[in-house]
Design a protein around this ligand. Structure first.
Ligand code: BES
Ligand code: MN
Ligand code: ZN
Length: 481
């Protein structure tokens, strides 16, 4: 998937010199550094680079890490992402950095953050471009590390490689347009990617979905000529344990809004409405590759939300696997309908004892939190704290929203049990509380990734388009739980 190998050792045509804003002395290229400092050409900001690469040069790149006090795994990821881009610019094939022990930062994790930043710089989705813009050149990057840490660091690099494979897979699945990434194709890709790693993958067709009684999911899928697919992926890493974590991903391979149709401009990127399911498949890949000794089950109700003579309509009253009836106030609030059945299945058929759902669920979440934080709603503060810890390890911020009982009144139905919209105010919260109706009291956290799964421009080490958020959080959660 990527040709960059991160190796422990020494070698490489270019040496990377790490500097803080406060750094005065270098062990190489001191004269150049003094000059750059004096002229204020180089300040040592995080991710700032200065390359001196030429036949007669020092063949070094000076990389800024910002203020010494503010160094973190996240700032290292960002700095080395920038370095990775710089290495490509100068067509460098191999490089080396001496990794110091930073105060308060675990040494193995420091190396893992560096490896991640470098690997992140290699991502590109350019399969439809006649002329590629991003041309990875680096083949080997050497980490010159403390002698006694070799085994731990090599293990950590392996883990990062697995994680990056999961993230890049999630991005590729999302970036593929809806004409290619149909429900059937998504199911096929999940099977292809995961079965070889020992994940058990089952795909249920429309008949089986009907047998299961998934009326809400089926209602959403009715307008599409492509059949819905219910995808179940099981990683049984610990047969001695009853613990079972379910990851339930929204899998709308296209969301036109249905009869509550979206304006044209809002529809263009709606091929990304399966970001939740892609993050589940990506996390399952990383979990299986790293052979985590945990039981994790991935669940996806995949379909398209389109208009046709068969499509569901505003005003319909539909059923659900849980038996609750739902008034359709907007066919564009479709994600929660597909998730309702997927969550009920996770809780009752699979009997998961912890559930996380991941969904590009509401535009309101983008209004509230922008593209930086994923929104969260929970019925279990304990599980919520575990998610928060995992998200911190990952560098994928999550912000919990309140869920006072008063909000529940907004989704009560009159002719049916529930309404599928709760009005404009608190849209992310009412959507989350709608989902809670279908988890059968299982400890659950809902992650609204409408703002974080897909970007209109690069942000830090995240690319334009699909980000793969929150693959890392899901992986760390599965690992630490
Ligand atoms: N998939 C959208 C949410 C979305 C919007 C994700 C923009 C990413 C970017 C979801 O299905 C939707 O349409 N939600 C509606 C809900 C409303 C009708 C209650 C929304 O947010 O407008
Ligand atoms: Mn919608
Ligand atoms: Zn949607």
């Amino acid at each position: 998937m990527f040709n960059l190998k991160i190796l422990v050792g020494t070698g490489g045509e270019v040496e990377i010199l790490l500097v803080f804003k406060e750094t005065e002395k270098l062990n190489k290229a001191q004269e150049l550094y003094d000059y750059l400092k004096k002229k204020e050409i180089f300040k040592g900001n995080c991710g700032e680079v200065y390359s001196d690469i030429s036949p007669k040069g020092n063949n070094v790149i000076i990389l800024g890490l910002g203020e010494r006090e503010k160094i973190s795994f996240e700032s290292l990821r960002k700095a080395f992402y920038k370095l990775g881009k710089e290495l490509m610019k100068f067509k460098v094939e191999s490089a080396e950095v001496t990794v110091p022990k930073f105060e308060n930062l675990c040494y193995t994790k420091t190396n893992m953050a560096i490896a991640e930043g470098l690997l992140q710089s290699e991502y590109a989705f350019e399969k439809y471009l006649s002329e590629k813009k991003i041309k990875p050149t680096v083949k080997e990057f050497f980490l010159n590390i403390l002698e006694d840490k070799k085994d731990k660091v090599e293990e950590g690099i392996k883990e990062i490689n697995n994680l990056i494979e999961g993230i890049f897979l999630a991005r590729d699945l999302v970036n593929e347009p809806a004409m290619e990434m149909t429900p059937v194709e998504l199911a096929k890709r999940a099977k292809e990617e995961l079965e070889v790693l020992g994940v058990e993958v089952k795909i249920y067709d429309r008949d089986k979905i009907e047998d299961l009684g998934m009326k809400a999911f089926l209602a959403v899928s009715k307008g599409s000529a492509i059949p819905p697919q219910f995808i179940v992926m099981k990683w049984n890493g610990d047969s001695s344990s009853e613990e079972k974590l379910a990851l339930v991903g929204k899998g709308l391979t296209y969301d036109s809004g249905g009869y509550s149709i979206k304006p044209g401009d809002s529809m263009v990127n709606m091929y990304s409405d399966m970001g939740g399911s892609a993050s589940v498949i990506g996390a399952m890949k990383a979990i299986a590759k790293s052979k985590l000794n945990k039981n994790v089950i991935g669940i996806i109700a995949a379909c398209e939300n389109l208009i046709s003579g068969e499509a569901y309509k505003p005003g319909d009253v539909i059923g659900s696997m849980a038996g609750k009836t739902i008034e359709v106030w907007s066919t564009d609030a479709e994600g929660r309908l597909t998730l309702a059945d997927a969550l009920w299945y996770a809780a009752t058929v699979e009997k998961a004892n912890k559930i996380i759902d991941i969904a590009t669920l509401t535009g309101a979440c983008i209004v509230a939190l922008g593209n930086v934080n994923t929104g969260a709603i929970t019925n279990d503060e304990n599980l919520m704290n575990k998610v928060k810890n995992a998200s911190e390890l990952a560098g994928e911020p999550v912000w919990q929203l309140p869920s006072n009982d008063e909000y529940r009144d907004l989704i009560k139905g009159t002719v049916g049990d529930l309404k599928n919209t709760g009005g404009r105010g608190g849209g992310t919260i009412t959507a989350g509380l709608f989902l809670e109706e279908f988890v059968n009291k299982t400890p659950w956290v809902h992650l609204d990734i409408a703002g974080t799964a897909f970007l209109s421009g690069e942000m830090g080490y995240l690319p334009k388009g699909a980000t793969g958020v929150p693959v890392k959080t899901l992986y760390h959660l599965a690992k630490e739980i």
